[in-house]
Design a protein around this ligand. Structure first.
Ligand code: BGC
Length: 777
C-alpha cells in the first residue's frame, strides 16, 4: 500500500516502504539524512482565496491574459518590456541578476505589481547534478529522490526561481524513446513513490519557504508511450491501461502537494494532452481536486493546429484539432490548460474569444485565479526576490552537503549486471595498476546526462570524470580514449561514433601495460533525452569491437556503462566478465564509479526497466498482461519471435547483483482470507549469506489471476532496500490493501473483486516465493 493523504496536515504513510526509505521522503528544511516526514499539500487557505479574489477584481482582461502567458528566457531577452506587463511566468532564465531585474520591473513598474513566477527544469539537480532520474530510480531508495530535489530546490531558489518543471513521472515501456532517461522507468508504483518523495522534498510543507519551490509534475499524460517510441508521437490506449499504468504517479504527485502540472505534447486517443478536457478538467481538477494550475508544454497550444497553419507566420502546428490560432487557444482553455508556454495564443486571441463567447470570462478568471493562488502560496507577494544577492547565490551552488549527497546517490543508483570469475572480477584492487579505457572514460559533459541543468556551467571544474575518480583511488591509473562516441545533431549515424577514427592499438597497449581495465562505454549524452530516439539499442559505434580487443589481452576488465536508456547487451554479455550499469551519474560520477569498482560501496541498485536482448523485442516489460499462448521456444503457435531462441528480456525489471549474496525466504501472510476493505500483512526474511556488508532490495509483487479484465502477470506493490552485515538476517513486513489488489476498469472505475490474489516476494520481478489469500465477497 502506498498512500500520501491529500491535505492531511501532518504525517503521510508509506506503509510498504522501509523506515529508512520512508524517512527519505523529505521535510520542509531537511534532506534525507535528517529523516522526517513533511505535511502533504497546503490546505486551501481562506486568507489566500480572499487575496486572490480581491486582486482578480482589479484586473483588466489584458492583465489577466498576460498572467496566462509563460515566456522563455529568449523571448524575454528579445522583449524585456514583457516584465512590466507583467507576464505570468518566465522559464529558463537562470541568471540571478536578470531574474531580479525582471522581477523588479514586474513588482515596481506594473500597475498591480504582480510578481512573475520564474521556472526551470531542475529535474535531477540545478548545479549539483545528481544521477538521471532513471538512474535514481535504480536505487529503489526514495531518499535519493528526496536529496536530488531537496538540493535542486535549494540551488534553484537561491538564484530566484520559484517553480521547477519536475518531477517527470512518465512511466515508459519504450527504451527507444530518449526521454525514458528523465523518469523512473516501467513501473507505476516505483514512479509514484519517487514522484511523491520529489514533490515533498522540493516543496517542503510550505513552498513559500525561501529554499523551496513549487513543483510541476509532467507530462500529463501518457507521454512515455508514444507509438514506436518516437518522441511527440501519438498514444493510443485503453482507459484501464491509462489509469492503471500511467496516471498513478501523477496522482501520487498531486496527493503529495504538487501545485502545478504540465500537459503533454502527445495526443492520447486522438486528443492532444493540452486540449484534453477529460484528463485536465474531469480527472485532474474535478476527480482529484487539484486547485493549482496547468501549463502547456513548449508551443503545445500552437501545435494543436493543422499544418500548414492558415496564418503561416504563426509558427508550430501539427495535431490538426484546431484550424487556427484562436481555435487552438479556445480548445486548450476550455480543456483546462491555464498557462501557455512560448506560443501566445491565449493572450493574442483571448479578448476576441471572450467577446465572441467562445471562451467564458468565468473560465479565464478560473485560470487566473489558479495562477495567482500558486503565487500567493509561494509567498511571492511578500518575497518576490531570492533571499540572496546574485553574488551570494553563487556561494549556494555545489555546497559540500549537496556534493556529498550527489556522490552517495550516484553510488546507490548503480546496478551490477554481471560479475563472473573466481574470484569475482569486481571489486578491483586499487593497489594494482588500472587502465581506464573508452570514449566515456574522461568525458565531463556526458556524465551529467541529456538534461544537465546548469551542471556544466563551469565545466570541467565541477564534474569528476571516471578517470579522475579512479585515479584518485588508484595511484598510477592511466586513461586512453580508444575512440570517440558520436554526438552530432541529426542527421547523423550513431555508427560514426567509435568508428573510423578508432584507435584500438593504443587501447590495447594501455591494457597490456596495466593489471586491470575499466572500460567506460555507452552513449553520448546527446543520444538520449528529448527528441533523441534510437532505432538500435546496442552499444553505438564499434564499442563492441573495443570490448573484444581488450578481452584478447587477457587482462581482467569491467565494462562500466553510461547511458540514458535500457540497452540491448546481447552481443557483449558473454564477452564482458563484469558489467556495471552506472547510467549518467551526475557531477560526482567518477568518485562514485571508483567507490563501486574498488568496493568502498557495494552496489545495490536494481533495474527500473527491463533490458531487452535486442531491439526487436521492444516493448518488453515485466508488468504485461498474460496471453492464452505464452512464449514457448519449443513450439510454434504461441507468443514468441520465430528468430529468437529465448523468451523474455536479458535482464528483468528489479534485477541487480551485489558483491555479497542474499537469500530471501519464508514469505508468510497474516491471513488467507480478507474482507474487500481489509488488510493483509506479508512478512519475508532476508539474509546476507556472503562475507561482505551489502544492500538488498526486497520486492513484493501481486497478481490477480482471475479478474474481469486480464491483469498484469506481476505488479510491484512494495519494496524495501536494506543494508545487512555478513550473516545478518532481518524480517521485513509489507501491508497490502484494496489500493493494491483493486484495479481500474475501462469505464475508469476502481474495482475491487472477490477472489484469489497471489503474492510474490524476492529480489527481482522473477521473484519465486509465492503465497495466496482470498478477497471475500
Ligand atoms: C519539454 C519540457 C520542458 C520544457 C521547458 C519542453 O520541450 O518537453 O519537459 O519542461 O521544454 O524547458
Amino acid at each position: 500500500m502506498f498512500r500520501f493523504s491529500r491535505r492531511a496536515a501532518a504525517a503521510v504513510s508509506i506503509v510498504a516502504i522501509s523506515a529508512a526509505a520512508a524517512g527519505g521522503v523529505g521535510a520542509a528544511t531537511r534532506s534525507s539524512d535528517e529523516a522526517a516526514l513533511a505535511p502533504a499539500r497546503q490546505p486551501a487557505d481562506r486568507a489566500i482565496e480572499k487575496r486572490v479574489n480581491k486582486l482578480l477584481k482589479k484586473m483588466t482582461l489584458e492583465e489577466k491574459l498576460n498572467q496566462l502567458t509563460l515566456l522563455s528566457d529568449g523571448q524575454m531577452k528579445e522583449n524585456p518590456a514583457e516584465a512590466r506587463k507583467p507576464v505570468g511566468a518566465v522559464f529558463s532564465e537562470v541568471d540571478p541578476a536578470k531574474i531580479r531585474a525582471y522581477q523588479q520591473d514586474a513588482v515596481e513598474n506594473s500597475r498591480l505589481g504582480i510578481p512573475i513566477l520564474f521556472a526551470y527544469d531542475t529535474i535531477h539537480g540545478f548545479r549539483t547534478i545528481f544521477p538521471i532520474p532513471l538512474g535514481a530510480a535504480s536505487s529503489f531508495d526514495p531518499a535519493v529522490a528526496t536529496d536530488d530535489h531537496f538540493f535542486g530546490a535549494r540551488e534553484s531558489a537561491a538564484v530566484g526561481l520559484k517553480q521547477i518543471y519536475s518531477p517527470m513521472v512518465d512511466v515508459s515501456h519504450e527504451p527507444r524513446w530518449g526521454r525514458i532517461s528523465e523518469a523512473g522507468g516501467e513501473d507505476p508504483y516505483l514512479n509514484s513513490v519517487f514522484a511523491a518523495a520529489r514533490v515533498k522534498a522540493a516543496q517542503g510543507g510550505d513552498y513559500s519557504a525561501r529554499d523551496k519551490v513549487v513543483t510541476s509534475v509532467k507530462h500529463y499524460a501518457a507521454y512515455g508511450q508514444p507509438e514506436g517510441g518516437r518522441d511527440y508521437g501519438t498514444t493510443d490506449m485503453s482507459e484501464q491501461r491509462l489509469r492503471n499504468l500511467y496516471l498513478p504517479p501523477f496522482k501520487a504527485a498531486i496527493d503529495a502537494g504538487s501545485d502545478t502540472v504540465m500537459c503533454s505534447f502527445n495526443a492520447i486517443n486522438g486528443v492532444p494532452g493540452c486540449a484534453h478536457r477529460r484528463l485536465e478538467t474531469d480527472v485532474l481538477k474535478r476527480e482529484w481536486g487539484f486547485d493549482g494550475f496547468v501549463e502547456s508544454d513548449y508551443t503545445a497550444v500552437a501545435e494543436l493546429r493543422s499544418c500548414p497553419p492558415r496564418i503561416p507566420d504563426e509558427g508550430s502546428c501539427g495535431h490538426g484539432v484546431a484550424g487556427d490560432g484562436p481555435e487552438a487557444a479556445a480548445r486548450a482553455l476550455r480543456a483546462g490548460t491555464d498557462s501557455e508556454m512560448v506560443s501566445t495564443f491565449f493572450r493574442d486571441y483571448g479578448e476576441e474569444l471572450v467577446a465572441e463567447g467562445r471562451v467564458s470570462m468565468r473560465r479565464i478568471d478560473d485560470a487566473v485565479r489558479r495562477i495567482l493562488r500558486v503565487k500567493f502560496r509561494a509567498g511571492l507577494f511578500e518575497n518576490p526576490y531570492s533571499q540572496f544577492t546574485p553574488e551570494q547565490a553563487k556561494a549556494e551552488m555545489l555546497k559540500p552537503d549537496a556534493v556529498a549527497a550527489a556522490r552517495k546517490a550516484a553510488g546507490r543508483s548503480m546496478v551490477l549486471l554481471k560479475n563472473d570469475g573466481a574470484p569475482a572480477t569486481l571489486p578491483l584492487d586499487p593497489g594494482k595498476k588500472t587502465a581506464v579505457i573508452g570514449p566515456l572514460g574522461n568525458s565531463e559533459r556526458d556524465m551529467v546526462g541529456p538534461w544537465w541543468g546548469r551542471g556544466d556551467d563551469n565545466s570541467p571544474a565541477d564534474i569528476v570524470t571516471p578517470f579522475e575518480g579512479i585515479a584518485a583511488q588508484s595511484a598510477g591509473a592511466t586513461f586512453t580514449e580508444g575512440c570517440k562516441v558520436s554526438r552530432t545533431e541529426p542527421p547523423h549515424d550513431d555508427a560514426e561514433g567509435c568508428g573510423a577514427e578508432a584507435n584500438f592499438a593504443d587501447a590495447v597497449a594501455a591494457a597490456e601495460a596495466a593489471d586491470q581495465v575499466v572500460l567506460a562505454l555507452g552513449e553520448s549524452r546527446e543520444m538520449s533525452g528529448e527528441a533523441a530516439v534510437r532505432s538500435v539499442l546496442d552499444l553505438p559505434g564499434r564499442q563492441e569491437e573495443l570490448i573484444a580487443a581488450i578481452k584478447a589481452t587477457g587482462k581482467p576488465f569491467v565494462v562500466v556503462l553510461f547511458n540514458g536508456r535500457p540497452l540491448a547487451l546481447e552481443n557483449i554479455v558473454d564477452t564482458a566478465p563484469a558489467i556495471l550499469e552506472a547510467w549518467f551519474p551526475g557531477v560526482q560520477a567518477g568518485n562514485a564509479v571508483a567507490d563501486v569498482v574498488f568496493g568502498q560501496v557495494n552496489p545495490g541498485g536494481k533495474l527500473p526497466a527491463s533490458f531487452p536482448r535486442r531491439v526487436g523485442q521492444v516493448p518488453i516489460y515485466y508488468n504485461h498482461e498474460p496471453t492464452g499462448r505464452p512464449c514457448d521456444v519449443n513450439s510454434k503457435y504461441n507468443s514468441r519471435y520465430r528468430d529468437l531462441p529465448y523468451c523474455g528480456p536479458l535482464y528483468e525489471f528489479g534485477f541487480g547483483l551485489s558483491y555479497t549474496t542474499f537469500e530471501v525466504t519464508n514469505l508468510a501472510l497474516s491471513s488467507q482470507s480478507v474482507a474487500r476493505s481489509g488488510r493483509v500483512t506479508a512478512s519475508v526474511d532476508v539474509a546476507n549469506t556472503g562475507s561482505r556488508a551489502g544492500d538488498e532490495v526486497v520486492q513484493l509483487y501481486i497478481n490477480d489471476p482471475v479478474a474481469k479484465i486480464s491483469q498484469p502477470v506481476r505488479r510491484l506493490r512494495g519494496f524495501q532496500r536494506v543494508t545487512l552485515a555478513p550473516g545478518e538476517k532481518r524480517t521485513l513486513t509489507f501491508t497490502l490493501d484494496r489500493s493494491d489488489w483493486g484495479f481500474y476498469d475501462n469505464k475508469g472505475r476502481f474495482v475491487v473483486e472477490p477472489g484469489r490474489i497471489d503474492v510474490y516476494a524476492g529480489n527481482s520481478s522473477r521473484a519465486s516465493l509465492r503465497q495466496s489469500f482470498r478477497v471475500r465477497r
